[in-house]
Design a protein around this ligand. Structure first.
Ligand code: PHE
Length: 343
């Protein structure tokens, strides 16, 4: 009888596994556990005829098998139920998912990352400026002592406790020279602020990428080579360049780096229409720069007789505008998604 019970159990379990619909499962339940003719029920009906010793052994065994089969049937019923439910529901797994907007990087950020990569390849390290800094770093350490008339060029905002939302990223020059050991090159991409009447080319908030290289026997050819390499890599174009004198108290000589206009290829006009990007001149005044003033090197604690260097401060917004043909700088902060989604 023990064998019979085992057989019934094994049979039932293997058939339950193969069942794929509720009806067949119910029929199987009746076949094995049905009140009158169930295979297990019939066996139980024989128990009263057994000896006491056999009863002790068989009774609990039958109960155990009965419980195990009940659990197996219930479990199967549940899984079948789940399958049937999903078959009947309205969920169509072939429908395309709902699109949600994850946004894109702002064009200025995209270009900043490109610019950083190009300079990193040339061995420059990236420094982040403090967005609010003190008079010493923004002006004095750059050979612009208090009352210096050239401070007018950076007319800007001051906080009540005499701090300055930086007007240029040159504010990191002194720190870089104090922290690093020459030869070294750093770039400083950062947000700057100025007291500015805004128009298509001027914003009170804009971005610069400063560059500073300090070493021994540095001359203008190093500066020109670095800037030209960068611009050609950035615009992916062979560009002509020229430099003209300019004035910044922290460089000597101070220069303006001009390249042939990327919009009209330096011709000053396109399809006989005067180029508005370069004002018909064929040249873009792109990067103020120069050789680092000995006083600036000295104020950072380095010997200007031994060390020399070059610096520039380019407008990142301008680089973006030129690359994508954007005509008005004010688009950048207008928060207009129609503009931003194009990048
Ligand atoms: N800091 C200057 C500006 O904002 C640009 C500059 C940087 C010029 C470095 C020369 C050297 O106008």
């Amino acid at each position: 009888m023990k064998n019979e019970i085992d057989n019934i159990y094994n049979q039932a379990i293997s058939v339950i596994e193969k069942i794929t619909n509720g009806e067949a499962l119910e029929a199987l339940r009746v076949e094995y556990m049905g009140r009158k003719q169930g295979k297990l029920t019939l066996l139980m009906k024989n128990i009263p005829d057994l000896s006491i010793a056999e009863k002790r052994e068989i009774g609990p065994l039958i109960n155990k098998v009965k419980n195990a089969l009940t659990i197996a049937f219930d479990k199967k019923e549940k899984t079948l139920g789940q399958i049937t439910n999903s078959e009947n529901s309205f969920f169509d797994i072939t429908l395309p998912g709902e699109k949600f907007n994850i946004g894109t990087l702002h064009p200025i950020t995209q270009v900043r990352l490109q610019v950083e990569k190009i300079f990193q390849k040339m061995g420059f390290e990236i420094l982040n400026p403090n967005e609010i800094d003190d008079d010493y770093h923004v002006f004095t350490s750059l050979n612009l002592p208090p009352q210096h008339p050239a401070r007018d060029m950076w007319d800007t905002f001051w906080t009540e406790n005499d701090l300055i939302p930086i007007t240029h990223t040159s504010s990191m020059q002194n720190r870089a020279m104090k922290e690093k050991t020459p030869p070294f090159g750093v770039i400083v991409p950062g947000r700057c602020f100025r007291h500015e009447a805004t128009d298509a080319h001027h914003e009170h908030t804009f971005y610069q990428v400063e560059g500073l290289y300090i070493g021994e026997n540095i001359n203008l050819s190093h500066l020109i080579g670095t800037i030209l390499t960068f611009l050609q890599e950035y615009f992916q174009k062979e560009l002509r360049y020229k430099i003209q004198p300019s004035y910044f108290p922290f460089v000597e000589p101070g220069l303006e780096f001009l390249v042939s206009c990327v919009m009209c290829d330096g011709k000053g006009e396109k399809d006989k229409i005067p180029c508005s990007t370069c004002g018909h001149s064929g040249w873009l005044e792109l990067i103020p720069c120069g050789l680092t003033h000995p006083k600036v090197i000295e104020m950072a604690g380095l010997d200007p007789k031994k060390y020399s260097g070059f610096a520039w401060g380019m407008g990142l917004d301008r680089l973006v505008m030129l690359k994508y043909g954007i005509e008005d700088i004010r688009h950048f902060h207008a928060g207009d998604l129609r503009f931003l989604k194009q990048f």
